[in-house]
Design a protein. Structure first.
Length: 609
């Protein structure tokens, strides 16, 4: 076969990438090793999502709207781990319904990736295998690695890291030493309550050891400190909503505390060795199910006969694999103090989850890492592009981040949005006939904004606000900044659209945006009025357009010209130029005067070109 874009791996990121590519009119082939789409959201059974509840961005919000249509808007927060839970088969059906609507997308199921085809320094296609159907070769102009462990970019000869980082390399004070320790994986399951009096006890698994599951709930035997919640509460952790007409409750079994987390570094293993290791992970989960049914007396709770593979996930929930060395690397310093750097200006997906690692099952001593508090964050475009090899885009958990940062970027909504951005990047590369790394950062961001994808994680200006796009652009250019707050499992960044700003702060932002804006521009560090803001932004526009050699929208400062912007765009009747201007009004002024502030392009580190 031959195609424009080949996506390998129909996981959370790969599925989003393939669908987005096809929606942009680009011929796309997606090859997936299972018969499901969605990866960790579906085939891995991790259908209680983590994070982004207050960031209704792009395809993540589109997915939630489809779930609302199926279950009802206020019926997804059935468990206490997530506000967005669903049955895996429902998520799979949503992705497949999207995929079948587009004739530009071909999906091939049940083929596993085997080898890369390279032409010089560029990837050009891949070989796949199926025991019954034989080999398959697909040639492509652009390839997207959507595999769980980064198998494609590894075969392509791309540099990558596995395990923890050395602080001297990552630049993170929290990092300790280089090693190959990765996070525990989980072979998740979906359980069903078949009702009082039923007995769904599974056979005793081979090498079953009940002591592995001691202290997993408050009801379990425990020789140390028992867990605080009883078994019912533990099951409710991942309680799933009922589909219309369903008679029984279902539960996601993804329990880290003496439950079904399992340590296995399968990253560099062959497919055969991985399969053997994964059998042990399955046994860990089956043992936990048996423990719940026998020791804890939950005989009526059995594997769901209408989900996944008889209730067991089709693939493991791999929290971590290879991490590509990209044109940029996102580290924890960028998440702690985003405005100390320029990388945030290249954001293409957003997240709000804290740093969360699972290391409870590692058979040895794991270096103690103190995970810092962070704010909500964005993922830079350059994290998706390998440093040297051409024709390849990376999504899923293998993007270019440090080990610590992976604990926040690996979550389902972030990966879904990163995959959507990967699709935009690949499609634009094809349509513009440019190398992936030559596609403009701002052009990708412009396209994402059209799709209502957040570039900046501003929680207090939603996409239904008519000025959301102007706020996003003002934030992504660095002219106007937000304020981060670390708030547990849902960190935030506030734009404060109705707040005021000083002339000094606006001057600082304008200098950040336009390098020829005079550093001696007169300000007195006072709250900025509407008329003063218009004057400063008009002056900035002058310096920008002189440098770029393009016509001015406003050839000179015209008295009261700002009234047109206020009346037509802001629908604001109060056009008193002496009142204090708000940040949202400033964002609209900037967008109006600059005729799109993204006219100022940036490189992959966010610096002005």
């Amino acid at each position: 076969m031959t195609t424009d874009v080949l996506v390998i791996g129909g996981g959370t990121g790969g599925t989003a990438a393939a669908i987005q590519c096809a929606r942009m009119g680009v011929k796309t082939v997606l090859v997936e090793e299972t018969n499901m789409l969605g990866g960790m959201l579906t085939a891995a059974g991790v259908s209680c999502t983590d994070g982004n509840d207050q960031l209704p961005s792009g395809m993540w919000e589109e997915f939630r709207q489809a779930l609302y249509k199926h279950y009802g808007r206020n019926k997804l927060n059935t468990g206490w781990v997530s506000n967005t839970s669903f049955e895996p088969h429902v998520g799979d059906s949503i992705f497949k319904s999207w995929a079948t609507k587009d004739t530009n997308l071909i999906i091939i199921y049940n083929y596993h990736f085997e080898e890369i085809i390279k032409e010089g320094n560029s990837v050009a296609g891949a070989y796949f295998g199926n025991e019954e159907k034989g080999a398959l070769q697909i040639k492509a102009k652009i390839m997207i690695d959507g595999t769980e462990l980064g198998d494609v970019f590894a075969k392509a000869g791309v540099a990558y890291d596995v395990g923890m980082d050395d602080a001297t390399v990552s630049g993170e004070m929290e990092a300790k030493q280089k090693n190959n320790i990765i996070q525990d994986l989980t072979w998740a399951a979906v359980l069903k309550d078949y009702g009082a009096g039923t007995d769904k006890t599974i056979p005793r698994p081979s090498e079953y050891d009940s002591t592995k599951y001691f202290c997993s709930t408050a009801d379990a035997p425990c020789q140390g400190k028992p867990y605080q919640f009883d078994t019912k509460k533990v099951l409710d952790y991942g309680k799933l909503p009922r589909s219309p007409g369903a008679m029984h409750d279902k539960y996601m079994l993804n329990w880290p505390i003496h439950g079904n987390d399992f340590y296995l570094n399968a990253v560099e293993m062959s497919l055969e060795a991985r399969a053997q290791g994964y059998k042990l992970a399955k046994q860990q989960t089956l043992g936990f199910v048996h423990f719940l049914q026998t020791t804890l007396g939950m005989k009526n709770i059995g594997l769901a006969d209408d989900e996944l593979n008889g209730g067991m996930a089709l693939i493991p929930y791999n929290r971590e694999g290879r991490r590509v060395k990209g044109v940029v690397r996102l580290n924890i310093n960028h998440l702690k103090n985003p405005y100390d750097y320029t990388l945030y200006r290249t954001g293409i997906s957003v997240g709000d989850y804290p740093v969360d690692h699972h290391h409870g099952q590692y058979p040895g001593k794991v270096p103690q890492i103190e995970f810092p508090k962070i704010y909500s964050f964005n993922v830079p475009l350059g994290c998706l592009i390998p440093e040297k090899v051409e024709g390849l885009v990376v999504c899923e958990k293998g993007i270019s981040v440090t080990n610590i940062t992976n604990g926040s970027t690996r979550l389902q909504p972030v990966v879904l949005l990163t995959g959507q951005a990967a699709g935009v990047l690949a499609a634009k590369s094809i349509k513009e006939k440019k190398r992936v790394r030559d596609v403009s950062v701002r052009s990708v961001q412009d396209e994402l904004l059209k799709l209502k994808c957040y570039l900046m994680p501003f929680v207090d200006v939603k996409p239904d606000d008519p000025h959301w796009e102007a706020v996003q652009k003002a934030g992504a250019t660095g002219i106007l900044t937000g304020v981060g707050k670390s708030e547990g499992w849902a960190n935030k960044t506030f734009f404060y659209p109705d707040s005021t700003i000083t002339d000094s702060d606006l001057k600082k932002g304008l200098i950040e945006f336009e390098k020829t804006f005079p550093k001696n521009y007169p300000v007195v560090n006072k709250k900025l009025s509407v008329a003063e803001a218009w004057k400063m932004i008009t002056d900035m526009q002058h310096f920008l357009r002189v440098r770029l050699g393009i016509p001015h929208k406003y050839p000179s400062v015209v008295a009261n010209e700002w009234k047109h912007t206020f009346i037509t765009r802001l629908k604001e009747e109060n056009v008193d130029g002496n009142r204090f201007v708000t940040k949202k009004e400033l964002a609209v002024m900037i967008d109006d005067l600059a005729q799109n502030p993204f006219i100022q392009n940036v490189n992959f580190t966010g610096e002005r070109k």
